[in-house]
Design a protein around this ligand. Structure first.
Ligand code: FAD
Length: 374
């Protein structure tokens, strides 16, 4: 079946708000970023309308691995090198705080399981060890696992366990967040593709479309690179093999096992980089075969995939989100470009762009300055 396992769950009902006439802010994109942003703005008393071309969470927010990870898209030690130790530590802490806020809002869509980042070879083991040591020096909770049990051993050589991380049912979470936004007064217009910013009767406009090309970003259009990620869900596996989200090969491969025993796995983008920088949501036989074979190796027998799907995320070469005013366009804002790491960052950056619009203090905003892409 070619659809996201997560999105199969029927959405819960939410208040159906209709706002007449102009709004203070129009948000384009009904994923985690747009819903987080809209909720903060409405709670501050603004009139807000979200436009979503499909339905809430039907972009990457309902098609991902369901990993809620602290930190940025680059490893901690790499971020320390690129933005400095103090700022990297502050960035990591702000994502930990965002995880706490998500936990408080997400109900049973969220489980504080921790996550296990695995080394597939000695080089990766050395890299993970360097990251682990720096995390510990800077006061972050992390555990080093040298002796892995089957089925991880002998496929992987070591791992970092990140206890603050979590597993999500992402579609349930983001639909729930849309419900909270609607309760705060947001109008959510589904099936509403925005073709031009000029058609929006709004004081400010936030583009929250991450990897889905909106055509609305003016000078930034195309600079957040649409990138395909592919996934499978297997039939339920009777044995409980994985208690938390697992990922390896620098995050290229990732999987988690749900309560019903199914394993949801994604990855192998690096084996076809040329074809995976695309705006197509079609799956490809090569990557799908690799995913089945990875899960087969983990489980110990050939698995049957019941669901196959793909989604798009926005890749930025410096691995930093893009949040703030769109240069040269005075009522246009952006929050996106999470480089495949957007479930916590999208929530954080959606709130951040809302706070910037509200004129509140946003100390980290300069780290994500959109102008750096030009
Ligand atoms: C296969 C896959 C696995 C991933 N795994 C993880 C993971 O485990 N953990 C993690 O943190 N991140 C993961 N990510 C990344 C994460 O899903 C995204 O970064 C995040 O969902 C982005 O949220 P968003 O709200 O910014 O964008 P999206 O959820 O993509 O929403 C953007 C929305 O904008 C809409 N839109 C676009 N143009 C227009 C327009 N002109 N008018 C109206 N609407 C428009 C689209 O329909 C879409 O619904 C993964 C991504 C993929 C594809």
């Amino acid at each position: 079946m070619s659809s996201s396992y997560w999105l199969e769950e029927p959405p819960a009902a939410r208040p159906d708000r209709r706002l007449d006439g102009p709004v203070d802010v129009a948000v384009v994109g009904g994923g985690v970023t747009g819903c987080a942003c809209a909720r903060v703005l409405a709670e501050a008393g603004l009139r807000v309308r979200v436009h979503e071309a499909r339905r809430v969470a039907e972009g990457a927010s309902g098609r991902n691995g369901g990993f809620a990870l602290r930190g940025g898209a680059a490893p901690y030690d790499v971020s320390v090198e690129s933005i400095g130790r103090e700022r990297a530590a502050g960035y990591w802490r702000s994502t930990e705080q965002a995880l706490d806020r998500i936990e408080a809002l997400a109900g049973d869509a969220f489980a504080r399981t921790g996550s296990l980042r695995l080394a597939a070879d000695e080089d990766e083991r050395d890299q993970l060890r360097a990251e682990y040591e720096l995390l510990r020096e800077d006061g972050f909770a992390a555990e080093w696992h040298d002796e892995l049990a089957a089925p991880l051993h002998p496929l992987f050589t070591a791992a970092i366990f990140h206890p603050v991380d979590a597993a999500l049912q992402p579609a349930r979470w983001v639909r729930g967040l849309a419900g909270l936004a609607a309760e705060a007064g947001v109008e959510i217009r589904e099936g509403s593709r925005v073709e031009s910013v000029d058609e929006l009767d709004a004081g400010q406009v936030v583009i929250a479309t991450d990897g889905y090309p909106s055509g609305l970003l003016g000078p930034l259009e195309g600079l957040i690179i649409p990138t395909r990620g592919q996934m499978i869900a297997t039939e339920p596996i009777p044995e409980r093999l994985f208690d938390c989200p697992h990922y390896s090969r620098h995050g290229f491969d990732y999987w988690q096992q749900r309560e019903d025993g199914r394993i949801l796995a994604g990855g192998f983008r690096d084996t076809a980089l040329d074809s995976e920088f695309t705006t197509s949501e079609e799956t490809t036989p090569e990557i799908q075969r690799s995913l089945e074979s990875l899960v087969g190796d983990l489980v110990g027998w050939p698995v049957v995939a019941t669901h196959r799907w793909a989604g798009l995320f926005g890749f930025v070469p410096d691995f930093m989100p893009v949040v703030g005013r769109v240069p040269g366009a005075d009522r246009l804002w952006i929050a996106g470009g999470y480089s495949g790491h957007g479930m916590v960052l999208g929530f954080l950056c959606g709130e951040l762009v809302a706070n910037a619009i509200l004129g509140r203090e946003t100390p980290d905003l300069d780290l994500f300055d959109p102008a750096r892409l030009l």
